[in-house]
Design a protein. Structure first.
Length: 368
């Protein structure tokens, strides 16, 4: 089957490399993610082991679509009964537009109508809609005159690892944090320091990468586990994947340090580290107190920008001074949002990524 693994813009090639390391050979990075070929069990493994993926979608049909009538007919054609029943709750979301189909809410509504009518025809009863916590999530995408209807294997977005304080908002999603570490080309052997750690996401993701902790192990369950097609044989194969992932974990990794000047941030980071079972040292310390590691390691920073940039010039001055004082051999990775008062060295490598709606640049350089 074909699958589409979504990722933030700028992370697609890093995700493709990660999937390659996980053993997937048939993959192709495209804007917004990676196209992947394999079995359902392969897609289960992406949900379980990928740190960079956000969702895993299984396209059910791709067809030309230029009207509401065609939209309904295409959605009605899919054999939804293979994965859901009248006892299944569903939700449909839509992105993109086509001539005459420029309202995503309408596209989602008509897709839902077709699914419901198809299941009523097959079973004599219809499923219920649950937009908050559906058993099956369907994605409709309109682009270049084509309609793609996909099932979401993930359920809740894969960036939600379960170690953050419930309900807490953070400026950096876990999957993007992991991507920044990969883009910085950290070898997962030398030390890593985050001197402005906030809630500790970068440090926790680094520990997971180094110790080969499958991020999906901490999840309650995935979307595919609620499908009617998730039968006894697939449950057995899923358990094998879980057991293998647990057996692959390493008990120790490199030294990982996280500190912040804000008392509340330090406490949140410590709580997140405990929930994640991560091997991370957390302390309260100002960024100006940053010193090098032995051996030289990676210093990775997500400093304030955008709405968080209050008092930015003085803060960036202290950060810049601390980075400039690092001994040679260290590597720096700095996520820079728009209009920040900092200019990385000319020899820095720049990776363009998006943090939510904000265009950012990850600047990476070696201290000489």
């Amino acid at each position: 089957m074909k699958f589409f693994v979504t990722a933030p813009l700028g992370v697609e090639r890093a995700l493709a490399r990660e999937l390659g390391r996980l053993g997937f050979e048939r993959k192709r990075p495209v804007p917004g993610g990676v196209e992947l070929s394999g079995r359902f069990e392969d897609a289960y493994r992406v949900c379980l082991e990928s740190r960079l993926a956000q969702r895993v979608l299984a396209p059910q049909i791709v067809a030309p679509c230029a009207s509401e009538r065609e939209l309904y007919a295409i959605a009605r054609e899919v054999r939804w009964e293979e994965h859901m029943s009248p006892d299944t709750t569903i939700a449909v979301s839509a992105v993109g537009t086509a001539p005459g189909l420029d309202n995503t809410m309408f596209v989602a509504q008509r897709t839902k109508d077709a699914i419901v009518d198809r299941l009523r025809e097959v079973f004599g009863a219809r499923p219920s809609v649950d937009r908050r916590d559906p058993d099956v999530s369907v994605f409709a995408r309109l682009a270049k005159g084509q309609l793609t209807l996909s099932l979401d294997l993930s359920g809740e977005s894969l960036h939600r690892r379960g170690y953050r304080e419930p309900g807490a908002e953070a400026p950096l999603k876990e999957s993007l944090a992991a991507a920044l570490i990969v883009l910085a080309d950290w070898d997962a052997k030398c030390p890593l320091v985050d001197p402005m750690c906030g809630s500790g996401t970068l440090a926790i993701e680094a520990d997971g990468l180094a110790r080969r902790v499958a991020p999906g192990l901490a999840r309650g369950r995935f979307g595919f586990e609620r499908w009617t097609s998730f039968d006894r044989a697939r449950k057995k194969r899923w358990q094998v994947l879980i057991d293998r992932a647990r057996a692959a974990e390493r008990k120790s990794g490199p030294q990982i340090l996280a500190f912040d000047a804000d008392r509340r941030a330090v406490e949140l980071a410590k709580q997140s580290v405990r929930r994640a079972g991560a091997h991370v040292e957390v302390a309260r310390r100002d960024v100006a107190e940053l010193v090098g590691t032995t051996p030289p390691g990676l210093v990775i920073v997500n400093p304030p920008y955008g709405e968080r940039l209050a008092g930015g010039r003085e803060l960036y001055a202290r950060l810049g001074g601390a980075l400039a004082a690092l001994p040679p051999g260290h590597r720096v990775a700095l996520l820079l949002g728009p209009d920040v008062p900092f200019q990385p060295p000319k020899h820095a490598t720049r990776h363009r990524v998006r943090n939510g709606d904000l265009p950012c640049v990850l600047a990476v350089w070696d201290v000489e």
